[in-house]
Every structure is written in structure tokens, then in C-alpha cells.
Write a protein that binds this ligand. Sequence first.
Ligand code: ADP
Ligand code: MG
Length: 251
Amino acid sequence: MLHADGIRKTFGNLEVLRGVSLTANKGDVISLIGGSGSGKSTFLRCLNCLEHPTGGEIRVQGEAIAFKPDGHGNREPASKAQMRRIRARLAMVFQSFNLWSHMTLLENVIEAPVHVLGVDRKQAIDEGLRLLERVGLYDKRDVYPAFLSGGQQQRGAIARALAVQPLAMLFDEPTSALDPELVGEVLKVIRALAEEGRTMILVTHEMSFARDVSNQVLFLHGGLVEEAGAPAEVFGNPKSERLARFLGSFH
Ligand code: ADP
Ligand code: MG
């Protein structure tokens, strides 16, 4: 479903990704863990074309993203249309709640279906309300983001991501910016998505959650996958000393 092979990314002289590969099959929940600056966000952003890898290949449902030189030693997508299509298949939820502040929650959720995908407005509203119900925010449908807690905003962002019926969901530290008492309600929604078999790639510092919900864990260090495997192996029996030390810092 989603395949990244040897992804490299440099910013100027800084080599942030040095050949990261990942394969996500349907229903996989893959956690990316690693210290700050190890390249987790950059990798996730490369997957959905928010950044363009300097090297390596990305295939989504078998379709390779075509790149061309951007004239500054990097690459950019050869086709804007393809980039938009790929991006729409992979919905991203960010660390900071990024609902549009000038729209109500429901308007946020139906925006992309109506204006990008061309879904009939009435149908988008029905579906949007169903999604808000799922994340426990039906009664907040007409509220503006500023009047929602961080946890509610993040659940709203998840509903909005689901509304485009993505092939896979990408989460970049979705609970890192939340007050501790609000983390649980967001993890509960993500867990429910995992249980219904959604394909997800999750950058997280919630180690016990990652261990619980994922079927594959990648530990990044210095722009490389230092260790990867099933959660029981990676968390229970780390082979790399760096990984052991990293996991130790959470106790
Ligand atoms: P992580 O998410 O694992 O903390 P990031 O992928 O955000 O790591 O960052 C990896 C490295 O890349 C960091 O050193 C960061 O400063 C650098 N970096 C990320 N984005 C940019 C950018 N747009 N320009 C220059 N450097 C960047
Ligand atoms: Mg990051």
C-alpha cells in the first residue's frame, strides 16, 4: 500500500535522512520512535509530499511519485496533479492542532470533501456529523476551535483527516502538545482506528501506547533506521545500545 525505499533528505549541508525505508501493508500500524532531531517528522512529511526527498523512491498503491530536479540540488514532484492526488490519499494529523480558526468544527470537517473532492454538500455534512459522533464531538459541531480544549481540537483534526477517506493516516506526535489529562481521550480515538484495521504511521513518544497498538516499530537515529521489528522485540529486547538507552529515558 505504501512503500518508501532509501529515502534521503538534505537541507543545505545537513543530511537529515540518510536512507530510510518502510513498507506499510493494509491494516499495518507502524510506530516511528527516536530522539528529537532524528528525522521522524521529515520522513513523515516526505511520505505525503510536504517535503520532497533528495533521494529514494516512494510508491503509493504501486504508483511511484515522479520527481524532477528543482534547480537547487534537490528534487520536486514532476507533476502537481500527482502530488495532490497522493497527498489526498495520506491524511496527516500534526502535533499542534491545526483546525482552521475561522470555521466551525463541522465546517472544518467538510471543507476538503466539498472543495477538494467535490462531494455533494449535504452528503459531506451527513458524513461529517457521523465522524464527529465517532470522535465524541457531535454536540460541538457548530463550535469554533478557540472554544474547544486541546484534546477536543485534536479529535476534531482526526475527524477532519478521516473525512477525505484516506488510504492511510499519518500522525506526527498527536498528543505531544496536550496537557497530560487530555492525552488519553486522543489515544483512545487512535486506538479505535487501529482496531478497525486502518493503516497508520504514528510518530509518538507514548511508548506503552506504541507497544500496544503497532505491529511494527522503527527506531530512528541520525537519519537512519537503527532498529526495527515487532513491538515485543523492539521494546522488550532491544539490540542496539542506543535504543536501550532511549527506552530507558522513559522510565
Ligand atoms: P524529529 O521529528 O525526529 O524531531 P525532524 O525531522 O523534525 O526530527 O528534524 C530532523 C533534523 O532536520 C533537525 O536537525 C532539524 O533541525 C532539521 N530540519 C527539519 N526541517 C528542516 C528545514 N525545513 N530546514 C532545515 N533543517 C530542517
Ligand atoms: Mg518531529
